[in-house]
Design a protein around this ligand. Structure first.
Ligand code: CMP
Length: 140
């Protein structure tokens, strides 16, 4: 198995409810190491650039508004098969479908306000990490 890095975002619905620590505990309990982390406030334009792949979807405007509505915590998680492991810990996009014990089952409020984002493949992980972090900020 390969050691990977993936980009994680703790979303506005979760930072607003002071859930950063509880969500980080889920990552660490699963063996994922937080090797970079910062709390930032995205503009709607920055959120739109990050989620450009969804620009044709009907929920795109709502998604960008939401991501700019309060601070987010952007993070790099590292570990064996970190991309798939993180997606397992997050649970399904829609909390109604998320397995018990996952972050979205426990904390998400709706398919839009679903508490966390995680990269879905190695190529997107590399792009998404580079969107938020410079090499100097990745200390391992
Ligand atoms: P995320 O994993 O960050 O990737 C894209 C996001 O779009 C997703 O989580 C949800 O927050 C959001 N999303 C997906 N489907 C819908 C939907 N039907 N309505 C609103 N938001 C959605």
């Amino acid at each position: 198995m390969a050691t990977e890095r993936t980009l994680s975002i703790i979303k506005p619905d979760a930072t607003a409810r002071n859930l950063t620590g509880q969500i980080n505990a889920k990552f660490e309990e699963a063996g994922l190491r937080i090797v970079a982390q910062k709390r930032i406030r995205l503009t709607k334009d920055q959120a739109g650039e990050f989620y450009a792949v969804h620009s044709e979807r009907p929920f795109y405007d709502e998604l960008c508004e939401f991501m700019a509505s309060a601070p987010v915590v952007v993070q790099v998680l590292e570990g064996e098969n970190a991309i798939a492991k993180n997606r397992e810990v997050m649970g399904a996009t829609n909390p109604a479908d998320a397995a018990p014990g996952t972050i979205r089952a426990e904390f998400a409020q709706s398919v839009g306000e679903n508490s966390v984002h995680g990269s879905d493949a190695p190529e997107t992980a590399a792009q998404e990490i580079a969107y938020f972090f410079s090499g100097l900020e990745l200390v391992g």
